[in-house]
Design a protein around this ligand. Structure first.
Ligand code: AMP
Length: 413
């Protein structure tokens, strides 16, 4: 079954193609093809790659996102890295939808009603939900009634206990939908399943803290396979310090800046694009650059790293307190998987809980692994984020369920 996954980021549009055969292997398989369009200031870069290693790399002047998405789809059937002779070979198209709110929590086949519900959540995730709807409509235009599936980044956190989900503002906020939704749920959920697999434990018996540390950063406290707390909230701005996002700051700073004459739009721009590692270091949003500048003696890079680690440690401790224990700490996404410095610094303050990482194992790279010492009271896992594969797997399940339902209908007397 050929499944295309579309994943819209704030400054990128990614796509991956999987070919699943029955039975599905328990751990992820590589994509047959993947591609991405990235907006880098005035430049737009289109990159695609197929499983034989053929690469198409173009810096172009692609227009806005819908045009770029069409070009990305064209690259599936044309050019050096093509893998299909026609888009009609696709069986299902899956979409990562950033915010499905309280209504849309489970992976679902996309209908007119589902699109309306996604649209109604757009004010809460304007950059994402609208881009995702564009993607859905482009596929409708090109492929008619192919099965399209929405998988929600908020879904995994939709069962947060009220104490974790409700903001201590006026109760009226809750009625207005102002509550903590949490994000990165597709990857937090995948990591929880993969951790149970690596530890050979029943997920129902595990208390996990998963650290998704990429351009965006969030933690989740997972008990018995369910998210019981997370650091992102109403928007993906709450919580940890990130590449260009501030994470949580005193809301009094915002009212102060408004009184100083800043507009809401200014604050959006400051908090989302001019803060975090970039804002403090003044150099880069990329942890590699920050660590390397810090090692060369740059004081602001060192400060950025230290603030990042301080907030990460506090967040991990808060998640562990909610869980009242922690069997494993999981690092995932670009920083979590690749930065031995961040993992070592984050873990160093948890020796009092009996957590110890093996410095040699921490320096290894490659497949999913346990980097704790044999005596550590808490396992420390590094797990490669597999968001698109996890979305494709949900598409696979829904598609099989739809086929079984059709079969049953025809077989009924
Ligand atoms: P993601 O959003 O998961 O793609 O993560 C992207 C981020 O991962 C980049 O902006 C970098 O900050 C970080 N990253 C990627 N590779 C490394 C590395 N080798 N060391 C430290 N950080 C890295």
């Amino acid at each position: 079954m050929k499944i295309l996954v579309l994943n819209s980021g704030s400054s990128s549009q990614k796509a991956s193609l999987y070919d699943f055969t029955d039975p599905l292997p328990p751990s992820p398989t590589a994509a047959l093809w993947d591609g991405q369009v990235e907006w880098q200031g005035d430049r737009v870069v289109l990159q695609t790659r197929n499983s034989t290693g053929a690469i198409l790399n173009q810096a172009t002047t692609l227009g806005p996102r819908p045009e770029a998405t069409v070009r990305l789809l064209d690259a599936l059937t044309r050019g050096q890295a093509r893998v299909l002779s026609s888009l009609s070979e696709l069986d299902v198209v899956g979409h990562r939808i950033v915010n499905g709110g309280q209504e849309l929590t489970q992976p679902t086949a996309i209908t007119r009603e589902v699109k309306t519900a996604i649209r109604s959540m757009s004010p809460l995730a304007p950059l994402h939900n609208r881009a995702e709807l564009d993607g859905i409509e482009i596929i409708e235009k090109r492929m008619g009634d192919v099965l399209q599936v929405a998988v929600f980044d908020t879904g995994f956190h939709s069962g947060l206990p009220e104490a974790a989900a409700v903001y201590p503002g006026p109760y009226e906020w809750l009625r207005q939908g102002i509550r903590r939704y949490g994000f990165h749920g597709i990857n937090h959920q995948y990591c929880a399943e993969r951790a149970a697999q690596l530890l050979a434990k029943d997920p129902a018996a595990l208390k996990l803290v998963t650290c998704h540390l990429g351009n965006g950063c969030s933690l989740a406290a997972i008990q018995g396979g369910r998210s019981v707390d997370t650091t992102m909230g109403f928007t993906p701005l709450e919580g940890l310090m990130m590449g260009t996002r501030s994470g949580s700051v005193d809301p009094g700073i915002l009212t102060y800046l408004l009184r100083q004459g800043h507009t809401g739009q200014d604050l959006d721009e400051i908090l989302n694009a001019k803060s975090g590692l970039l804002g403090i270091s003044g150099l880069s949003a990329d942890m590699r650059m920050v660590v390397s500048a810090m090692q060369e003696g740059n004081a602001r890079a060192k400060l950025a790293f230290e603030v990042f680690i301080h907030r990460l440690r506090s967040g991990i401790a808060a998640m562990a307190a909610t869980l009242s224990g922690m069997d494993a700490l999981v690092f995932t996404a670009g920083i979590g998987e690749n930065s031995a410095e961040v993992r070592a610094a984050a873990c160093s303050n948890f020796a009092f809980l009996g957590l110890a990482i093996d410095p040699a194992k921490n320096l290894t790279s490659g497949s999913d692994r346990d980097i704790a010492t044999t005596h550590s009271a808490i396992r420390v896992l590094v797990i490669h984020a597999q968001e698109d594969w996890a979305i494709a797997r949900e598409c696979w399940k829904l598609s099989l369920a739809a086929k079984a339902a059709t079969q049953k209908h025809y077989n009924e007397p």
